[in-house]
Design a protein around this ligand. Structure first.
Ligand code: HEM
Length: 398
């Protein structure tokens, strides 16, 4: 190995060329010490190990709280299950498990199909749209709102609040974005607290009612009902938007794969796994070493922050043949780490998979050809990847 690479993943250059940077790191320095003392892991085996060995690695709660001023955003950080380690995280997971049971997911397919068809009916009224604004965003918002039992007329507030909070969570976010995230967190908390109150009196078959029930059984605190609902909204909607957007972009840029998927709709489930592998919505996760450890003979001391690159792990040539190629027939596409791994494996993965399968099956059946009008505008961040806008023109199928 030559001189050690100097890498700053928060830099503009890295954020805008991350796949090329990860390819180079995989080749030259898969365990990469960063200038701020943290360590970036790129190999599939190393990222899997950091995600699954709960004795040696934990979510970096203290780090994620550092530099957050007292206020609603810090309060969310404190109560957000995605920042928590067991046993607090376990209470949340148990309380939510019923809502993600396979039977419940199966019941959602009709709603997903109806929403997809309605959005495509609207697309059919014209020959151009912004694929993100008009399809990839409203579908997951509608589904997460149905899961939570949020009235349809309030859904647009949700998309806005959630996008503002996510923007404020990025390492690269500005002071203005952080301040906007504070305001959005308060607005969302107050709104959901009012909904939870109505469910306490009149329970429904939705996730907020399930959380309220858990609070009544003293398994969750009352405020945790609201923080739990906020977490679901944040975790579940923009990630799925980017799965749909990144997947469509990958197909447009690889016309042979688009053609194959049109001819072989039975490949859609595997194609969704390949989209998740090829260009994941979540590029990095964070952990800290709970004990002294070694990766690739690099000693890492207890307390070190680890940046786990899911995007790099998904392109590790030791696991995926010809990893930079989009291949919807790839036999081990599902070995990606885009939903995390181990104890904290994404709770909503089955929902995201069903949504994406139905979306791509329906889009490719009903939309005859589709192409970019101009380049999409990428989201600027280290953690979440996708596009703000993606203008497309299309012709509906005969
Ligand atoms: C393509 C879509 C999605 C992607 C790529 C994704 C990705 C992830 C990842 C990487 C994690 C693990 C975080 C970690 O280990 O630190 C996670 C956790 C989680 N996800 Fe997802 N997610 C998606 C959709 C959803 C949906 C639709 C929901 C809910 C309806 C959801 C709810 C959650 C929750 C609650 C957790 C926390 C699990 C825990 O802390 O134990 N996700 N997700």
């Amino acid at each position: 190995m030559g001189e050690a690479l100097r890498v700053d993943p928060t830099s503009f250059e890295f954020r805008h060329n991350s796949i090329a940077m990860y390819q180079r790191l995989l080749r030259e320095q898969p365990v990469c010490e960063l200038e701020n003392g943290s360590v970036l892991l790129c190999r599939h085996a190393d990222v899997s190990r950091a995600l699954t060995d709960l004795d040696a690695f934990r979510r970096p709660y203290e780090w994620s709280m550092a530099n957050k001023p007292e206020g609603p955003f810090r309060e969310f950080g404190r109560n957000n299950m995605i920042a928590m380690n067991p046993p607090d995280n376990t209470r949340y997971r148990r309380a939510m498990a019923r809502a993600f049971a396979p039977r419940r997911i199966a019941q959602m397919t009709t709603d997903i199909q109806t929403t997809c068809d309605m959005l495509i009916d609207r697309m059919a009224e014209t020959s151009e749209c912004d694929f993100i604004r008009d399809f990839a965003l409203p579908l997951p918002v509608a589904i997460i709102c149905q899961m939570l039992g949020i009235p349809i007329e309030d859904q647009h507030h949700f998309a806005e609040w959630s996008a503002t909070i996510l923007a404020g969570m990025e390492i690269s976010s500005s002071a203005t974005e952080k301040a906007a995230a504070e305001t959005a967190t308060t607005a969302l908390f107050d709104y959901l607290a009012a909904i939870a109150e109505t469910r306490r009196k009149d329970a429904g078959d939705d996730l907020i009612s399930t959380l309220v029930e858990a609070a009544d059984a003293e398994k969750l605190r009352r405020d945790e009902v609201v923080w739990g609902a906020i977490t679901l909204l944040i975790a579940g909607h923009e990630t799925t938007t980017h799965l749909l957007g990144n997947g469509m972009l990958a197909l447009i840029r690889n016309p042979d794969q688009m053609q194959l998927l049109r001819a072989r709709p039975d490949l859609t489930q595997n194609a969704v796994e390949e989209f998740l592998r090829y260009d994941p919505s979540v590029y990095v996760l964070f952990r800290e070493a709970a004990t002294d450890v070694t990766f690739d003979s690099v000693p890492i001391s207890k307390g070190t922050l680890l940046v786990l690159s899911l995007a790099a792990a998904n392109r590790d040539p030791l696991v995926f043949t010809d990893p930079d190629r989009l291949d919807i027939t790839r036999p081990n596409a599902k070995a990606h780490l885009s939903f995390g791994a181990g104890f904290h494996l994404c709770l909503g993965q089955a929902v995201a998979r069903v949504e994406a399968r139905i979306a791509f099956e329906t889009l490719l059946r009903r939309v005859g050809s589709i192409g970019l009008i101009h380049e999409p505008t990428p989201r600027d961040g280290l953690m979440f990847k996708g596009n703000h806008t993606m203008p497309v023109s299309y012709r509906m199928a005969a």
